[in-house]
Ligand binder design. Structure first.
Ligand SMILES: [Zn+2]
Length: 866
């Protein structure tokens, strides 16, 4: 609906009360020429103006694709200028004005921004812009989007990271924290929600109403949130110290199924408030269920969730665990990200790292984590795996395109940041850490902050360590050696290969009498080039190099001192495997040493000498990391012996004994082993059972095929099953699902490689889809070389069919190869793709690294026969 411009002027004067005239008192060094041609400023808004307040009025009906709006932006002009740049994307600008007259849209277009001309040079001071626009409600999950559920349309928003510019012209960068006042004109029977409580609602005509919301506090644009539709609105009561009224908005008819929120939300809020020692800084809290959402989003006062996270049987353990875990993360964001906002996307880790770290801490306190040591170790492993990638970026990363912020939501920003925070917490102590974090919140509340602001609340030596973690990729490595010399106190000699690392070792003291357990004590030190850590009075029985799960790898120079796996706690057993795996990938373990470690980790751990031997899933999860790293180095000649060895070492996990109590660690182990152990090493009955499970899924063709199930079923299903999946997937209209089905074909055995490669000639499937199974086959160490052999001769023809990004994908996939012949062939084939040079160099470097590390491991075949 187009509204008269005169109304804006009135509203501007009344609401903002500051549509003041420009300040003419100041001198300016370089007067801009009014009307001079503009140059687009690049990714960031230029420092010409700062937003002080927004008023946004949107006219929207979820039933209609088009919406319209006006935004009033009170701004401070910081430098004399005749124009101002605003972020705008996908909106049609219908008009604009400011206190001094009309705003005109400059024809020069920036990167998702437009310039608005004042018609004269405006001196520093405060002015108000008014822009009128129309847009389309998206079908995706970005900006203002809508979804249909139960035959009715609902509208939602997603501003993070760079999508508020699709809802309204704005200064869409997180450094600008500004109050927003929102008015929505919506169908009168719909529920309308925004970040703050409704302050008024009036019916404009018979069909629509105008709902106005209270102004927000200073808020970055990406947190602007709206929801409109025929929701069920369920009261959850008041939560936390400030008695914040909480509700759930869910699609019509589902209101009776959100009991989990009533049961768990109050305790989550209280636990996080206790940590930060203040009440939730909100006037209301709505949890909004979106039928299909990527996850959840922490918008202040209007947190959105993928519907299955809020709706379901409150007795379900998995619903309880997932709701508490996700809600705790989002509530933690109300401080970390919302109250204190990273000034730019390069410090996204500050927001996601703190929310993950505090969210997990609170979930555990509330008993919603099934196996805390396991989950802690696996989170750490996720971080390490991401950080071991040769292309890994640091926590603090460069953001140079509008796509980069979205690409930053990864295991580095979440898990690595979380691990770094908990490493510092473990080192300085929980109470001290909490005091510092509260100081950080106090110093920057309602403002934006950078990593340096966080470092500044710690003593200089800790700040320096944090700075190193934030600015360098990779897991730091610490060499340890125990020195017990007569007449001298025992010490652990520690050496950090780079920077300064906060290390905590656990010393097991010698037993005072035979049969008595050795007592343990922890000692922490900041380790740099050479640091001696005192190891008690008498030479310790053993030492564990990472008592608190810190984010570093230990490399022992004296194996004799290392605490035996059987004496370690569950988390430390997993960490031991991660350290050994890292040593293999650095080329620091021989095949014999690696197999020796694998034997120790997979040996039965008995609670007592006469107890039945049971393999320990934690130690086996440790072993699995080590085995997976060795696996990438295994050549084809050694593979049969290696597979047989793996099947033997993990035998108990492959054949779970009937009636054994299921455990989170056991489930995790079984799941991860399926990626390592060839499917034909599992009992044949498993393959038949997998086929039975797959049958109805293939018939329905509505859900993803679990790849492990496909791998197992392929053992007995062979060509016939392969054909059946191809035929069913070939005609699918859901392209994402089709891609996943085709990718799962790469989990078949070596016998079907030629058939997968032949799909590349199949004109009835797109090249992207046909490439998916070959890509999977290439990624598996067991089938990579054979797949490359089958592919190589046909590549010339195949490459001609592919578009440039697909060719890059093919080059990337060759980085899994690990032999000289393939390497030379890869170099030869792709040398003629000039645009792929960086990708080719990266792939060749990965192949070279693998070949070199295999050389350092030595003769695995010989070690296996010993
Ligand atoms: Zn988050």
């Amino acid at each position: 609906m187009r509204l008269a411009w005169i109304r804006f002027g009135v509203a501007c004067a009344a609401a903002l009360a500051a549509c003041s005239s420009p300040d003419r008192g100041r001198a300016r060094p370089v007067p801009p020429k009014p009307g001079a041609p503009l140059v687009a400023p690049g990714l960031r808004l230029p420092d010409l103006a700062t937003p002080l307040a927004y008023e946004l009025r949107l006219d929207l009906d979820p039933d209609r694709e088009v919406f319209s709006g006006e935004v009033w932006i009170k701004i401070r002009i910081d430098k004399p200028t005749d124009h101002v740049w605003l972020h705008v994307y996908g909106l049609e600008i219908r008009g604009g004005r400011w206190d001094g007259g009309d705003l005109t849209l400059d024809p020069v277009k920036g990167d998702q921004m437009r310039a608005f001309r004042f018609g004269k040079v405006v001196e520093p001071g405060t002015v108000t812009l008014v822009v009128e626009f129309v847009g389309r409600i998206a079908e995706g999950q970005e900006g203002l989007f809508r979804q249909k559920a139960g035959g009715r349309w609902y509208a939602f928003t997603q501003g993070e990271s760079v999508y508020t510019r699709r809802i309204a012209p704005s200064f869409d960068e997180p450094r600008f924290k500004t109050p927003w006042r929102v008015t929505l004109v919506v169908p009168r029977e719909d529920v309308a929600l925004a970040n703050t409580p409704e302050v008024s609602s009036r019916v404009i005509d018979g069909r629509v109403k105008e709902v106005t919301f209270a102004p927000t506090g200073p808020m970055p644009s990406y947190l602007l949130a709206l929801a409109v539709g025929p929701f069920d609105l369920v009261d959850v009561g008041e939560v936390g110290r400030n008695k914040v009224p909480a509700r759930v908005a869910v699609r019509a008819g589902e209101g009776k199924h959100v009991e989990i929120v009533k049961q768990k939300l109050p305790a989550i809020v209280e636990a996080i408030e206790a940590y930060v020692d203040e009440g939730l800084p909100l006037a209301k809290l709505d949890l909004v269920a979106v039928p299909h959402l990527f996850g959840a989003m922490e918008n202040p006062g209007l947190v959105t969730f993928d519907e299955p996270m809020l709706v379901g049987d409150p007795k379900s353990t998995s619903l309880k665990q997932s709701f508490v875990s996700v809600a705790a993360h989002e509530v933690a964001h109300q401080w970390f990200g919302n109250l204190v906002t990273p000034a730019w996307w390069d410090d996204l880790w500050l927001s996601e790292g703190f929310a993950s770290w505090l969210g997990d801490k609170v979930s555990q306190e509330l008993g919603a984590v099934d196996d805390p040591p396991l989950r802690a170790a696996l989170t750490r492993r996720q971080a390490i795996e991401a950080d071991d990638d040769p292309a890994a970026v640091p926590l603090r990363r460069a953001v140079e395109t509008n796509e980069a912020p979205d690409e930053s939501f990864d295991a580095i920003a979440y898990q690595k940041a979380q691990e770094v925070l908990s490493t510092i917490e473990g080192f300085v102590g929980a109470a001290e850490f909490r005091t510092r974090i509260r100081a950080y919140l106090d110093a920057h509340r309602d403002k934006s902050a950078t990593a340096a602001d966080l470092f500044a609340v710690f003593p200089p030596e800790i700040a320096k360590t944090l700075e190193q973690y934030a600015s360098s990729p990779r897991v730091p490595i610490v060499d340890l050696a125990l020195r017990c010399e007569k007449g001298k106190p025992p010490v652990v000699e520690a050496h950090a290969r780079s920077g300064t690392v906060p290390v905590c070792i656990r010393i097991v003291k010698p037993r005072t009498s035979p049969g008595a357990a050795g007592t343990v004590s922890d000692t922490c030190a900041l380790v740099d080039a050479i640091t001696e850590i005192q190891a008690g009075d008498a030479c310790p029985a053993s030492v564990f190099g990472n008592a608190r799960g810190g984010y570093y790898h230990v490399a022992w120079q004296t194996r004799a001192a290392v605490t035996p796996v059987a004496q370690l706690d569950p988390r430390s057993r997993i960490i031991t495997g991660d350290d050994l795996a890292a040593a293999v990938s650095r080329g620091e373990l021989t095949a014999e040493q690696a197999l020796g470690a694998l034997r120790e980790l997979t040996a039965p751990i008995a609670a007592c000498a006469r107890c039945a031997a049971t393999a320990d899933p934690y130690a086996q999860l440790g072993a699995l990391a080590l085995a997976s790293h060795i696996d990438t180095l295994v050549d084809d000649a050694t593979r049969p012996a290696w597979s047989a060895y793996l099947a033997k070492r993990f035998k108990s996990a492959l054949e779970p004994s009937r009636g054994a109590r299921p455990s989170a660690a056991g489930d995790e182990l079984a799941e991860q082993l399926a990626d390592l152990i060839p499917a034909d090493r599992y009992p044949l009955a498993e393959s038949k059972a997998a086929r039975t499970s797959l049958d109805p899924m293939i018939a329905d063709a509505t859900e993803e095929l679990p790849e492990d199930l496909v791998a197992l079923a392929a053992v007995t299903g062979g060509d016939k099953l392969f054909t059946r999946i191809v035929e069913r997937a070939r005609t699918m209209s859901n392209k994402e699902l089709q891609q996943q089905w085709f990718a799962s074909l790469g989990r078949f055995g070596a016998a079907q490689i030629d058939r997968a490669v032949a799909l590349l000639d199949d004109a009835t499937v797109t090249p992207d889809v046909a490439w998916a199974p070959v890509e999977t086959y290439l990624s598996r160490p067991a089938t990579r070389t054979a797949t490359w052999r089958a592919l190589h001769g046909k590549l010339g023809k195949i490459l001609d069919r592919l578009k440039a990004p697909q060719v890059l994908r093919v080059i990337d996939a060759t980085s899994s190869l690990c032999d000289v012949t393939s390497r030379d062939e890869v170099a030869g084939v792709f040398d003629r793709v000039p645009a792929g040079r960086t990708h080719l160099d990266r792939a060749l470097a990965a192949i070279d690294r693998c070949i070199a590390m295999r050389g350092k491991l030595g003769d695995l075949g010989a070690a296996l026969t010993k």
